[in-house]
Design a binder for this molecule. Sequence first.
Ligand SMILES: [Fe+2]
Length: 220
Amino acid sequence: MSGLFVPNRRLFLSTIGLGAAAFTVRGAFAEELVRTPRQTEGPFYPNKLPLDTDNDLIIINDSLTPAVGEITHLSGKILDVKGEPVRNALVEIWQCDNNGAYLHSGTTNRDKRDVNFQGFGRFLTGSTGEYYFRTIKPVPYPGRTPHIHFKIKKGGKELLTTQCYVKGHPGNDRDGIYRSIKDAKERAAITVDFAKVKDSRIGELAAKFDVILGITPESK
Ligand SMILES: [Fe+2]
């Protein structure tokens, strides 16, 4: 039996070793983080912004009726390539509702649009670079695997437009926009887990998506 433990122990030790190495290279010789790859903006950035553009896409203003879908707590940090937080970054997200309709006059599935889904939201980061949205888990629509669009702005300048995807979704491998990213690390950087929140009685999910901008601390 002891033979079984040896490889495991070796694996464990080498994992620890990697962890320690990661700590020691922080600082002057730190490797740059993988930049979040650009993705197309697509045709459905809202052509008319909703009356409510806050970070809760489930409830529009003071409505009593929430949007339909799997409620997801979507959060992460906006960082530069050195891992430093970017403050005063305006994070915008937009996505289709649970029926595949965008907040756009040219959307598909327009007749089925969930009028209670905000479809678009904004969050301005503070000193920690963190953002937070309450939204729904994205669903597929004709021609696309599920995704959430992101646009990061700072001081009125657009810094990055991208999309994030659901880890393990079978549609990812058939999606031309997703597959346009050839680098495995870049793909991993925009593919996130939508994990069940422990003890949530209504089956809420949590997803974490850090965005690494290709800017230096000086240009912040
Ligand atoms: Fe889209």
